[in-house]
Design a protein around this ligand. Structure first.
Ligand code: 5GP
Length: 125
């Protein structure tokens, strides 16, 4: 069910539990700022989720509240995950869903990284 991106951060959300190691994930990359892992229900041959380690609900929250160093660290992590997975030459897509119209279901900010095949139209019709 889509979330309300204006709500406060819920530390019991599924990605917070993954970050705390309370539930497992198929880890792709980790550094000081970010954790990346395979999506449990992939929608492309490569479908990786990259989440900041800090507690942010959405792109809106992250972009407004995170310190510049954390934003830079996270953005660099996203680029590095794409690079290390060989996606720069063939190309890839990043997606951040926000709130109900965006279809966001997990209330911890995350970026979807899709690749491994031509990805079709930007938005389904
Ligand atoms: P959203 O719609 O919030 O942008 O995307 C949430 C994504 O998280 C979905 O693609 C969904 O498949 C993925 N997801 C939900 N629960 C889990 C989980 O427990 N583990 C992993 N790896 N992915 C999950």
């Amino acid at each position: 069910m889509p979330i309300d991106a204006t709500q406060g951060y819920d530390p019991e959300n599924i990605f917070a539990k993954i970050l705390r190691g309370e539930i497992p994930c198929n880890k792709v990359y980790e550094d000081e700022w970010a954790l990346a892992f395979h999506d449990i229900a992939p929608q492309a041959p490569v479908h990786i989720l990259i989440v900041p380690k800090g507690a942010y609900v959405s792109w809106d929250d992250f972009s407004a509240s995170a310190p510049a160093e954390e934003i830079a660290g996270f953005v660099r992590a996203v680029g590095r995950v794409a690079r290390e997975n060989g996606l720069v030459a063939p190309g890839y897509r990043l997606l951040a869903n926000v709130g109900a119209d965006g279809g966001q279901e997990v209330p911890h900010f995350h970026v979807h990284l899709f690749g491994g095949a031509p990805l079709g139209r930007m938005i389904a019709r």
